[in-house]
Design a protein. Structure first.
Length: 95
């Protein structure tokens, strides 16, 4: 149930707390994105983190070789992929 707690915090916490949580998500991007429940946390961070953190999270997903394709095929990961594509602009999105 921890993923629900983190998602709730990402939605309702102060901007500073959302910033801190999104940094933690970014540090463990591969582990969270590859997990069924963790991918919902990644999606929550991509939706609710401050804008600069959303961009940083989206870039982190791209940095991990093959991760974006892997999570696109998981039960909840496709939401994170959609949000990643929405956050990225221009040349970054084309990569």
């Amino acid at each position: 149930y921890g993923n629900y707690v983190v998602q709730h915090l990402l939605e309702h916490a102060t901007p500073q707390h959302r910033h801190s949580l999104s940094q933690l998500v970014e540090r463990d991007m591969r582990g969270l994105a590859a997990d069924t429940f963790g991918s919902t946390v990644v999606s929550g961070a991509l939706n609710n983190a401050p804008q600069e953190n959303q961009l940083s999270l989206a870039r982190a997903l791209l940095r991990e070789d093959g991760l974006l394709v892997f999570i696109a095929c998981t039960k909840h990961g496709h939401n994170a992929v959609i949000r990643t594509l929405q956050v990225l602009k221009g040349a970054e999105r084309e990569e």
